[in-house]
Design a protein around this ligand. Structure first.
Ligand SMILES: NC(=O)c1ccc[n+]([C@@H]2O[C@H](COP(=O)([O-])OP(=O)(O)OC[C@H]3O[C@@H](n4cnc5c(N)ncnc54)[C@H](O)[C@@H]3O)[C@@H](O)[C@H]2O)c1
Length: 412
């Protein structure tokens, strides 16, 4: 019999609430705590956990208090990107001071805002020997898992390895001001969402059972643009919705990014990953897609091809909501519904896996080291976009590279 895992959350916002929903399908772990700087928000997320019957969660006064409680065995780090370093420091300092111990630390994507920060938090967790996990849900999306398994087992086994993977994540823009501010978030949509697609294309191209290191990035070409949100009328709307500090006439972030990654494989092939992300896509709502192509086969997945749709005539009036799909843009007409988003986006399988990893039953599929590598790829992509050329990977100086968007100096 293994002990159950007591889990605490740092942050009580959008992604914490998604994880809590997913927890209904997670075994061997209870959500027992939440810390967030706003104690009311922490209390409300803890109340949600109790309502969902996923654990007797309570709010804590500090991260260190949560580490100190012997009931908490692992922490899921879900604060904003610009607080990542201080959050990890508080956890590690509490452990080093002998206040408490943890069996695991899981961190949301991106691991940090740049390579230097990502390496710093990785060194910290290694210093105290903390088992760590990098939360990248898209590697756990059930159709991705099944599609990858089938294409490799049937297509690749008999006709040769896949040579091209594509991934895209698109929506109409994030929900809170800090995402839009390059200095806080670390960049624009490239940093926010290409972290998913960059690792997803690599994962699809990697033979199941083999490590990602068997498919090595060697060259990166990227393009970024501000297609929508720096147009004067949209910059105005953005400022009205997000506050005066989000001023895209002065400090825009990219709302579109594309990236082509050339990989060399251990079996001697050059293969390509093509990724595209945007905050300027207006469709039903969040759209994720992925493809894997080989000599005699292909696989494709789109999250909005959900199998369920509803139709509301123009007579139907109602509040704007996100009840049909994340980042929903309309409430009338023919609308796709993603019925179980926590499952479809991979959070359920992701959390089942990391609970088992922290209980010592499985090896973590993604660690902070993977988060560092993703960050290296993203910073190389920014460099490529800024210099308008293909960059050999990893470029010298990538550890210290800060995108112009994150310095607040980018001129689209
Ligand atoms: N896997 C995914 O698809 C996905 C989706 C959304 C967000 N995320 C990631 O999750 C993280 C949180 O995003 P979100 O959408 O929940 O943001 P959010 O703005 O909705 O919530 C952020 C939370 O962090 C709290 N917070 C504020 N200051 C803090 C501090 N000093 N330390 C710790 N927490 C603090 C806020 O009170 C809030 O509860 C980000 O890193 C984001 O990139 C991942």
């Amino acid at each position: 019999m293994t002990k159950r895992l007591g889990v605490g959350f740092v942050g009580s916002g959008f992604i914490t609430r998604f994880h809590l929903q997913s927890w209904k399908t997670v075994r061997d772990a209870d959500v027992l705590g939440v810390w967030s700087p706003n104690s009311e928000n922490a209390a409300s997320a803890a109340a949600l956990a109790r309502e969902l019957d996923i654990g007797e969660a309570k709010p804590y006064a500090s991260i260190a208090d949560m580490v100190a409680d012997p009931a908490i065995d692992a922490i899921w780090l879900c604060g904003p990107n610009h607080r990542r370093v201080e959050n990890v420091e508080e956890i590690v300092h509490a452990i080093e001071a002998g206040k408490g111990a943890l069996r695991g630390l899981a961190c949301e994507k991106p691991l940090a805002r740049n390579v230097a920060e990502a390496k710093h938090v990785t060194e910290l967790v290694k210093r105290v020997g903390l088992v760590n996990g990098y939360l990248e849900d898209q590697l756990f999306v059930p159709p991705i898992e099944r599609g990858r398994e089938l294409t490799w087992a049937r297509g690749a086994a008999t006709t040769g390895r896949p040579y091209l993977a594509r991934a895209a994540e698109e929506h109409s823009g994030p929900h809170n001001p800090w995402f839009w501010q390059g200095e806080l978030q670390g960049g624009g949509v490239l940093n926010d969402m290409m972290c998913h697609s960059a690792v997803l294309v690599r994962y699809l191209l990697t033979r199941p059972g083999e490590p990602l290191s068997t498919v090595r990035p060697v060259r990166i070409t990227s393009h970024i643009a501000s297609l929508k949100w720096s147009r004067p009328e949209y910059a105005e709307r953005l400022k009205a919705a997000m506050g005066p500090e989000v001023d895209y006439t002065r400090k825009p972030s990219e709302d579109f990014a594309s990236m082509t990654i050339e990989f060399e494989t251990d079996d001697g092939h050059t293969v390509l990953g093509e990724a595209s992300t945007s905050w300027s896509y207006v469709g039903a709502g969040l759209r994720l897609s992925a493809e894997l192509l080989g000599p005699e086969y292909s696989m494709s997945w789109r999250s909005l091809d959900s199998g369920l749709s509803v139709f509301f005539s123009r007579e139907v009036r109602g509040e704007a909501g996100e009840d049909l799909v994340e980042k929903q843009n309309a409430e009338v007409g023919l609308m796709p519904v993603v019925a179980s988003e926590a499952s479809v986006y991979g959070y359920e399988s992701e959390n089942r896996h990391f609970v088992r990893a922290f209980l010592g039953l499985e090896k973590p599929r993604l660690t902070f080291d993977d988060g560092v590598e993703v960050m290296q790829m993203l910073m190389t992509a920014y460099q490529s976009a800024e210099e308008r050329r293909t960059i050999d990977y990893p470029p010298p100086g990538v550890d210290d590279f800060i995108p112009a968007v994150a310095r607040g100096t980018w001129k689209p």
